[in-house]
Design a protein around this ligand. Structure first.
Ligand SMILES: O=C(COP(=O)(O)O)[C@H](O)[C@H](O)COP(=O)(O)O
Ligand SMILES: [Mg+2]
Length: 418
């Protein structure tokens, strides 16, 4: 006996999602002449098992994996439920090819944005999730209850290895926990990977000894996948506890492979999100940062950049909401430490912690190295701004007997750079 598959089969406003459905919320703008219902059913169809033409299939030869558009809101939002059996366990590439694949370009909608996902346990269980998450603050570092502090040397590329290591030393001595490579610093001749990593990690050990606080390094291992694994092994062999990867430009399959190897080496993964804005910057089309963060958590990164709640130099989606999701219960999946970065300096630390809490990493590049008295003073100023905020003392008051903070406040005040 044959069964028909056509668009109407993918819309059922009475449908109640099952516990093991993956539910996705989209904002859509139907094309001219297309109703919300018609557009919604086409989205559900193309992202699961339908196509533009009606099909007749032998029932005995078909597992019905059709999605159901079951809710159409007043605000151009629709909800689509996908049966868990549609998805290959543990393959983020396959999941995204369904829920954020062809539908992003279909003519039935003028625009479509994947806003949010509700992940069922069956799908989450296919992924490893993070190894450490927020616990890095005490398990791998000595940050305790305060935010983890990190800095990226600036200029972001072009510094020699000597200059890079000197900046690292100054920043660690001044009070940051982590040195971080920038997103486009990998293995270039002016500062080759192996020399940079071996010398910086040796310096981290010295500074750990000197300061009595664990110092470590977010090493950018971004590369073609096999080379990336080789670089992660190099970090491990030289005593590093972290790697950094540009998750969007590398792709999720590479991240999944890296995560697998990091398990054996006890390395935490710091996710830089360069290029995320190509997907999430437009509020009517693409994939939200919220979903990108969800995907990153399932794939197993321990930290991810989620923005500054509007206090930095880059456009941000809902940072507090995304951070709350990263720390929320998700079956047995470990949480993720959110990283605030991009245009931060000591003068905004109080507002930042007020907006995002203390369970974050604060990363400042220009806001440390641009300090009039240099990197060490800049790092001290950032650390002082955190101490003040943790003790509930206004920054200006704390600055009265903390010279580095006073100089930073004089230079930047509480401005939000552009
Ligand atoms: O280099 C920096 C910040 O440098 P600086 O502190 O000098 O601005 C990071 O790449 C951005 O934070 C990325 O943005 P986001 O964190 O939003 O992904
Ligand atoms: Mg950067």
């Amino acid at each position: 006996m044959t069964t028909g598959i056509e668009y109407d089969d993918f819309l059922d406003l009475e449908y109640e999602p099952r516990d093991d459905d993956l539910v996705c919320e989209f904002t859509i703008d139907p094309a001219d002449g297309m109703t919300m219902e018609a557009a919604a059913s086409r989205v559900a169809s193309e992202s699961s098992n339908g196509t533009w033409a009606a099909l007749a299939v032998d029932e005995d030869e078909l597992t019905d994996l059709g999605a159901t558009a079951y809710m159409i809101g007043n605000d151009d939002r629709i909800s689509v439920a996908y049966p868990a059996a549609l998805f290959e366990a543990g393959s983020m590439a396959q999941i995204l090819s369904c829920i954020a694949g062809n539908i992003m370009g279909m003519k039935a909608v003028d625009s479509i944005r994947l806003e949010d996902c509700y992940w069922p346990e069956t799908v989450v269980d296919g992924f490893p999730g993070p190894q450490f998450g927020t616990s890095v603050a005490s398990e791998k570092l000595d940050a305790g209850d305060r935010p983890v502090l990190a800095t990226v040397p600036k200029p972001k590329v072009g510094l020699s290895t000597d200059a890079h290591v000197q900046i690292a030393e100054d920043a660690w001595r001044g009070g940051v926990d982590l040195l971080k490579d920038d997103e486009n610093l990998t293995d270039q001749p002016f500062n080759p990977f192996e020399e940079r990593v071996s010398r910086s990690l040796a310096k981290a050990e010295e500074l750990t000894e000197e300061t009595g606080e664990k110092k470590d390094y977010l090493v950018n291992v971004t590369a073609e996948t096999e080379e990336m694994i080789r670089r992660a092994e190099f970090v491990h062999e030289h005593g590093g506890g972290f790697v950094m990867v540009d998750v969007v430009t590398c792709g999720w399959s590479a991240v999944q492979t890296l995560r697998e190897h990091c398990e054996d080496m006890d390395l935490a993964i710091h996710a830089h999100r360069a290029m995320h804005a190509a997907f999430d910057r437009m509020d009517h089309h693409g994939v939200s940062m919220r979903v990108i963060a969800q995907v990153a958590r399932l794939c197993g990164v321990d930290h991810i950049h989620t923005g500054t709640a509007g206090l930095g130099k880059l456009a941000n989606e809902d940072t507090p909401g995304i951070n709350a999701w990263l720390k929320s219960d998700l079956y047995d999946c470990t949480d993720v430490l959110p990283v605030a970065s991009g245009g931060l300096h000591p003068g905004v630390t109080d507002a930042l912690i007020d907006a995002l809490g203390t369970d974050i990493a604060i990363q400042a590049g220009g806001g440390i190295h641009g300090h009039p008295d240099g990197t060490e003073a800049g790092a001290r100023a950032l650390r002082q701004s955190v101490e003040a905020t943790m003790q509930d003392v206004p920054l200006a008051e704390y600055a009265e007997d903390h010279a580095e903070l006073a100089t930073a406040l004089e230079k930047w005040g509480a401005e939000t750079p552009r």
